[in-house]
Ligand binder design. Structure first.
Ligand code: SF4
Length: 182
């Protein structure tokens, strides 16, 4: 690898630029992503920056369970991010469609349409979990640029206290009880 490529790999790992896209989320994950960039969590201190155009970004961050309306937009935006690129699925929705699993408006999960590199679980995931997921994606990006090899998707561990069962997502795929079934 020549000096220019080594410099590019170093920059990508040290300062990944993100483009955020909402694939039909409830906005919970979007709020946490923005919180990760605020001074309290301060992802920008690590070189992470939110970009307004996918053409300037290295990493595509997608939230939401992927609605029919969002599919074409997601594919278009994925094509607009210059390679090498990485995709981070933020929250349980893009990974499994979560609480919206039976909705007829959905065409998820996300990896049916584009390759996903990092899954950040949680409903919503905490900002520190999102920062860890982005850091992992930056690592994958640099490795991909250096070796040009396929890299398997990574599922990040849950960060923070376990779900207390107070929200609707606590048992999204659990079979219905016999009383509820027709
Ligand atoms: S994972 Fe939870 S918080 Fe995030 S979009 Fe889905 S329902 Fe909303």
């Amino acid at each position: 690898m020549n000096l220019w490529n080594r410099l590019m790999c170093y920059s990508r790992r040290r300062s990944p630029w993100l483009f955020h896209m909402n694939g039909g989320s409830c906005n919970g994950c979007d709020i946490e992503l923005i919180a990760s960039l605020t001074p309290r969590y301060d992802a920008e201190q690590l070189g992470v920056r939110l970009e307004g155009s996918p053409r300037h970004a290295d990493i595509l961050c997608i939230t939401g369970p992927v609605t029919h309306n969002a599919v074409n937009a997601i594919k278009t935006v994925y094509g607009q991010v210059c390679g090498p690129k990485a995709v981070v699925a933020i929250g349980s929705c893009p990974a499994t469609t979560n609480v919206f699993i039976d909705s007829r408006t959905l065409d998820g999960p996300l990896n049916r349409h584009i390759p996903v590199d990092v899954f950040v679980p949680g409903c919503p995931p905490r900002p520190d979990a999102i920062i860890l997921g982005v850091a992992k994606a930056a690592e994958i990006l640099a490795e991909r640029a250096a070796k040009k090899i396929p890299i398997d998707p990574v599922v990040m561990p849950l960060v923070g206290p376990p779900c207390n069962g107070a929200c609707a997502c606590s048992t999204p795929n659990a079979p219905k009880s016999t009383e509820e079934q027709p």
